[in-house]
Design a protein. Structure first.
Length: 246
């Protein structure tokens, strides 16, 4: 599913948060070698660039040409366009495979086969994501009443896997304990609305009926934000699952 292809790739690039720095530090200490890592479904490279600080080489792939076109260049990151379920990587090539906020879009049976092919014995698979956002009591109420109420019929079924933090997904790897990581962003009201606009359900609703609901939500959200230029701390509930190749 090309949910972030085409016209939404630009807003996706600027609106999506970067992930906790502590995650990459922890990840780098779980691998036997910091040689090569695969950032599967890399989008515009948010995680790819951060992984490059800890690995010698980052292979980053995405099914969307427009996402890769928006990706941030880096001398240690090699971007390619193809589905994560069928790649051109060599057998037993990667020390780690990472999937940031994207596993729920995959054909998991095919993806697990591909991971087992390209991951080294003892290699690490790590996937992560976040659910919703919380700003404050008034702001959260506005988002619930003026945004979420318009999106209930537009959420793809795959989103439910994300909402349940991938607990419904059976991982064919030896699970390892993961510490708790927190994801916070300091955003203005405009940045918060850009993030909301980048949601899959919001994009589908816009394609179907236009963005009037977001224009209205923006007006109401600004009225309770006090100062629209003031940045507030946004909490994105964050989770990580990890396993090792036997």
């Amino acid at each position: 599913m090309r949910s972030f292809d085409g016209r939404s790739s630009g807003i996706y690039s600027r609106a999506r948060p970067t992930y906790p720095a502590e995650l990459y530090y922890w990840l780098s200490h779980q691998v036997k070698s910091s040689g090569v890592v695969w950032d599967a479904a890399c989008g515009t490279g948010q995680a790819s660039i951060d992984l490059a600080a800890y690995f010698d080489k980052v292979e980053a792939s995405d099914i969307s040409e427009s996402q890769i076109a928006e990706a941030t260049p880096h001398r240690k990151v090699h971007y390619q366009v193809f589905p994560s379920e069928k790649t051109n990587y060599p057998d037993h090539y990667f020390d780690a495979v990472c999937i940031g906020h994207a596993l729920h879009w995959f054909d998991l049976d095919l993806f697990w086969q591909e991971v087992k092919r390209v991951l080294k014995p003892g290699g690490l698979l790590v996937c992560w994501g976040y659910n919703w956002l919380t700003v404050g009591e008034q702001e959260d109420l506005v988002i619930s009443e003026h945004v979420l109420s318009h999106l209930s019929s537009y959420w793809p079924v795959q989103s439910r896997l994300l909402w349940n933090q991938y607990r419904d997904i059976q991982f064919p790897f030896e699970p390892i304990d993961v510490p708790k990581f927190d994801l916070y962003c300091n955003w203005s009201v405009s940045q918060t609305m850009d993030f909301i606009r980048s949601w899959t359900a919001a994009q589908l609703r816009i394609q179907d009926e236009g963005d009037d609901f977001l224009v209205q939500a923006n007006t109401v959200l600004r009225s309770v934000w006090s100062d629209p230029l003031h940045k507030k701390q946004i909490h994105l509930p964050f989770f990580v699952r990890a396993g090792r190749m036997k």
